[in-house]
Write a protein that binds this ligand. Structure first.
Ligand SMILES: [Zn+2]
Length: 93
């Protein structure tokens, strides 16, 4: 079971920008072709016993993820926040 966390408004904006920069909110849904997406208002974390350094700088923290949903078919896409941060958020300086 994932653990649920609240975004701060600023962090939600950062994640939204990172998802935008990655194309996660602009490319058609791979299930139905829908083009309208939303981001769930919370983020989550999966616990893991494995090596997590791909997903997070904190090896003990698990895998935090944001959830993007397709407004047409409801398909849920999970996006590693660690990878989003390593690709985009850290580059903001
Ligand atoms: Zn869809």
């Amino acid at each position: 079971m994932p653990i649920t966390f609240n975004y701060t408004p600023e962090y939600f904006k950062d994640i939204q920008e990172a998802l935008n920069a990655s194309g996660a909110l602009s490319k058609p849904c791979h299930r139905c072709g829908g083009q309208e997406f939303g981001i769930l208002p919370d983020f989550y974390e999966l616990k893991s016993q494995g090596e997590l350094n791909i997903f997070s700088n904190d090896l003990k923290a698990g895998i935090p993820f944001a959830v993007v949903f397709c407004a047409k078919c409801g398909f849920l896409n999970l996006h590693s926040i660690g990878i989003l941060e390593s690709k985009t958020l850290n580059k903001k300086g």
